[in-house]
Ligand binder design. Sequence first.
Ligand code: CUA
Length: 315
Amino acid sequence: MTFPILPEQASKVAEQTDNLYWGLLCASAAACLVVFVPMIYWLFKYRCGKPADRTPRHLPQNTIEITWTLIPTVVFMCFYAWGAKHYFVIERPPPDAMDLNVIGKQWMWKIQHPEGNREIDELHVPVGRMVKLTMTSQDVIHSFFLPEFRVKQDVVPGRYTTEWFKAEKLGTYHLFCTEYCGTSHSRMVGHVIVMSPAEYENWLVQGHPSETLAASGERLYRELGCSGCHEGKSIVRAPPLQGVFGKPVPLNNGEVVMADEAYLRDSIVFPAKQIVGGYTNDMPSFVGRINEEELLEVIAYLKSLGGSNPQPSAE
Ligand code: CUA
């Protein structure tokens, strides 16, 4: 069902979100009617001077209390369950989704494709494929909003947030920043272009990317000297990074953390924060030597070394 007052539904999730929204609206409207219709009726019926029967009546108090507590509780708990179920769908990117990166900055959106294509304020995706966005900001908080897909997520400096969607229809859709981020916030807008898989392949090739994201990452990995310590024959002992992505990592303090994108990012920027079990902290921080785009490239390289997608956790 579509209602002209909402944006077009370009995904299954959009449809489900709208159903929940209309369900809540109908339940609220019904609750409103139950209160206001009798109220207005009685207002007229017992108006001052009207000859109505005003004999006090004694109703069973407990029955009334229990009924009007129980019925709304059950109804609204059903909405809670419905909403929670939908929330988990939205918050957990499917593990087999296509991985794209988004970097927000005043005032533009930069997108990285694994094949090496880069774009600004435009996001080209194939129809029918699940797309997972790993997002971060290089300055202030932005928010990545795709109204036709009903997904919106803050994009925060210093951490990764994710968002996923699956376009079901070809077309061009809106992309907005929905967090006030300075003078040109209102111009931090763009488009999502949903193409057929063949057109998308074509678009990737026509972009002539010089190297894949993982290859750019590998180049940086060598240039920044990471390979000097993290590879086999090195003198300085550093944990090997082959296949580390998506695996649990035991730390020096006894904790075990999942090697996801955020862990890899933190290990590059704040190496002292989480030290791998059996190692000492000999690594310098790379703050100021690597930017957000490059960090995502190095992470793409580390992911390409094997490992698996970590099981999504609900935050
Ligand atoms: Cu970026 Cu508002």
